[in-house]
Write a protein that binds this ligand. Structure first.
Ligand code: GLN
Length: 346
């Protein structure tokens, strides 16, 4: 049997060198390598094509968000091997809002396992608005998911930590590890939402009544509200997405943030519910797991390849950034990257 494994050095080394050279390079459908110049060109084209559109409007149910400059427009791509491409305004900060839900959920999966999230919260699309009370009531607190407000507040309640301060510390840490830098709180946004948060408090209490809130509902809602008020820019969001794309290792800091198993259970929830009641349309158009927030951020993950994010505050009816959806769909289309494109065997 031994001879089967005795492959000549030459036959082994050449394919190995080729594999090393090209393994990190992005390839489009059909296998054509995508050059850096091509990525830069497509980001520039996307920026120019969509920068002047006037559709959508800033969220205003959180008063402070109505004050954010609607013209902030930044695009960032971070590849799974840590290359960064940006276009437009990638320094202006917006509050992360619902995008943060992904990373708190990932932390709960990491700490308690995928089964716990499925059993204690749920991983089904509600098909309803992100802050729907009906969605909770209809299933008596079950069959929701961590990417809509009820499930996100439940995730916060499940994060390890004996008290509110310890839970908050763990949440800031996980969000920051994904972003690759210490994130800080946008205090005016936090105060603005915390002072006008009866709906989220009601959701938390309803879940509590159904035995599906795992820490004090008032404090859990408060931590959740703070988590949503962390400041990020497009590059932060793209790095967070790239950490998922890279199996849980931040491709810039190289820190192992979560396990591959956690990523494996995080991405499907994003595919199912990342854009709330428009998640199906989004997946149909792009094929990518993604997450939006009412601050105007949207990130998407191409597993094993890259993270992409856009920040632009004006939102559509469902609460998803209009420009961000256009840009990401355009980039995926232009680079001919869709995970569901399959080359039939010859
Ligand atoms: N903090 C916001 C809220 O609870 C987040 C919602 C969102 O981004 N969709 O309403």
């Amino acid at each position: 049997m031994k001879h089967i494994f005795q492959i000549s050095a030459g036959r082994l080394v050449l394919p190995l060198i080729a594999a090393l050279l090209f393994s990190s390079q992005l390839r489009s459908q059909g296998g054509t390598p995508i050059t850096k110049e091509r990525i830069e060109q497509v980001l520039t084209d996307a920026y120019n094509k969509y920068k002047d559109i006037k559709e959508g409007k800033n969220a205003d149910y959180i008063k402070e968000l109505a004050q954010v400059d609607p013209n902030i427009f930044g695009i960032a791509v971070v590849t799974a091997d840590g290359q960064v491409f940006t276009k437009g305004d990638v320094t202006s900060m917006v509050s992360i809002q619902s995008v943060s839900k992904v990373f708190t959920m990932a932390k709960v999966i990491e700490e308690q396992g995928w089964q716990a999230v499925m059993d204690k919260i749920g991983v089904d699309a509600t098909g309803m608005r992100f802050n729907s009370i009906v969605a909770v009531e209809m299933q008596k607190g079950k069959e929701i998911n961590p990417l809509v407000n009820p499930g996100a507040i439940a995730s916060t309640s499940l994060i390890s930590g004996a008290d509110s301060a310890a839970k908050w510390k763990n949440i800031v840490q996980i969000q920051s590890d994904f972003a690759g830098r210490q994130l800080s709180l946008n205090v005016p946004v936090y105060i603005s939402e915390a002072g006008d948060n009866l709906r989220n408090q009601a959701i938390a209490h309803l879940l509590y009544a159904y035995g599906r809130m795992y820490f004090d509902p008032v404090q859990s809602t408060d931590i959740y509200t703070k988590q949503c008020a962390l400041n990020v820019n497009a590059k932060d969001l793209a790095t967070m997405a790239a950490t998922l794309a890279n199996g849980g290792v931040n491709p810039i800091t190289k820190k192992k943030v979560v396990s591959q198993t956690t990523v494996m259970y995080t991405l499907p929830v994003m595919a199912t519910a990342g854009l709330y009641d428009n998640s199906g349309i989004w997946l149909y158009k792009t094929g990518l797991p993604a997450k939006s927030g009412v601050g105007g951020g949207l990130l998407a993950v191409f597993p094993g390849k890259f993270g992409i994010a856009v920040v632009s505050p004006p939102l559509d009816e469902a609460g998803n950034s209009v420009k961000a959806q256009y840009v990401i769909a355009y980039v995926i289309d232009q680079l001919k990257l869709d995970p569901y494109w399959i080359e039939p065997k010859k």
